[in-house]
Design a protein around this ligand. Structure first.
Ligand SMILES: Nc1ncnc2c1ncn2[C@@H]1O[C@H](COP(=O)(O)OP(=O)(O)OP(=O)(O)O)[C@@H](O)[C@H]1O
Length: 358
């Protein structure tokens, strides 16, 4: 295996880089935390900034990336930017502003630029496919606008359940079906009532569901995000160390443009974008399953992934049975495992598992 750089080497190449807001070396100013070098040559670290929205931020990130990528055998550099606020320097975690969830190995965000592209369908089927492969899986439905996970997982009747932990604290007990533990915003929203979530309230609920839930031991906690780049995304990215984000899109140009915004947000926060999933790629008529209609043209996902500089994790066709499975609460990977979309979704689940494990 090629020789990978050590922490000292990385600090040395970053030392000459000056933060223009502080007028000081980012190493001397102790702005660099959590340096990590993966076996595949990816170097990641957290940059604590007084003002994460500083006009100098992007240039600073770029400078760091260029310096790190110039080191021999480094394949990529990921920089996560975090606000250097008092909360960040929590005395309980002096080295990291992010707080992991006890017992949970990888937290993954499934996101989309706009609603209705099939983000929840992908999140649910990937969760069930991973569980079916033997992994311990949880799904947090943080989509305040359309918390559909309970329906798609056949747990529509599930309600919030608070139990006492061994230490006497109140914890939220997830619902469970198809090998997947689930907590949903739908637990808190009456069906016929629109809820206006304000930032702090939403923050509080998401954090509670992340940290005060009885997730137990999990290999993957998949978070189904609301579409777009709002408060929920910020809360998640600034709370918990994310193993990666998956972006779901459809082949239409506008959806791709929206995805780009989401992608940039994750990249700016230093969160690895595992890749994009192109949903509704082509249509398979139920009466002619060997036929394939490229309604939106073909090769769009591949081209978009190349343009956006990320991997294409897979293409899921438009199939009536996928929608029906969602409505009935039987995810297609279980209900019609031999269908083209089920096969594609299983491959996507495998690709995600491989990517986070490197
Ligand atoms: N590949 C597909 N084939 C057929 N129907 C699909 C496919 N993907 C999604 N759908 C259907 O499209 C509708 C929207 O999907 P879904 O709820 O997964 O999207 P979403 O992006 O999570 O939406 P929102 O953000 O509004 O919650 C659902 O009825 C779902 O069953």
């Amino acid at each position: 295996m090629a020789d990978l750089p050590n922490i000292q080497t990385i600090q040395d190449v970053l030392r000459p880089i000056v933060d223009r807001d502080r007028q000081k070396s980012i190493i001397e100013a102790e702005m660099v935390r959590d340096i990590a070098v993966k076996a595949n040559g990816v170097v990641s670290f957290t940059l604590l900034m007084d003002n994460p929205n500083s006009p100098h931020r992007d240039a600073l990130i770029q400078e760091c990336k260029t310096a790190i990528k110039a080191i021999a055998n480094v394949t990529d550099a990921w920089v996560k930017v975090i606000a250097n606020s008092p909360v960040v320097n929590n005395p309980e975690s002096p080295t990291s502003p992010l707080k992991g969830i006890a017992g949970v190995k990888y937290v993954l965000a499934v996101s989309s630029g706009k609603g209705g592209v099939g983000k929840t369908s992908v999140a649910v089927n990937v969760a069930v496919a991973l569980a079916d492969m033997g992994a311990k899986v949880g799904i947090l439905d943080a989509d305040i606008y359309g918390p559909n996970v309970p329906v798609m997982l056949g747990m529509e009747a599930a309600q919030i359940k608070v139990v006492k932990a061994e230490n006497g604290a109140d914890v939220v007990e997830p619902a469970f079906n198809y090998g997947v533990k689930m907590i949903s915003m739908a637990f808190l929203i009456a069906k016929d009532q629109p809820v206006v979530w304000r930032g702090p309230m939403l923050n509080g609920v998401i954090r509670q569901f992340l940290y005060q839930a009885n997730w137990g031991e999990l290999d993957y906690l998949i978070v189904d995000m609301p579409p777009g780049t709002g408060d929920a995304q910020l809360t998640l990215t600034q709370s918990v160390p994310l193993a990666g984000a998956v972006i779901v899109t459809t082949p239409q140009t506008v959806s791709l443009l929206d995805s780009l915004k989401g992608l940039k947000m994750f990249q700016n926060m230093g969160i690895p974008v595992l890749g994009i999933v192109e949903n509704m790629s082509y249509f398979i008529p139920p009466d002619l399953p060997e036929k394939q209609y490229d309604i939106f043209g073909s090769g769009g996902g591949k081209k978009a992934a190349a343009e956006l500089g990320v991997d294409l994790l897979g293409c899921v066709p438009l199939e009536i049975s996928l929608r029906e499975g969602g409505d009935r609460g039987v995810p297609i990977v279980l209900g019609h495992p031999d269908s083209a979309s089920a096969k594609a979704l299983r491959e996507i689940a495998k690709a995600i598992a491989v990517k986070v494990a490197v």
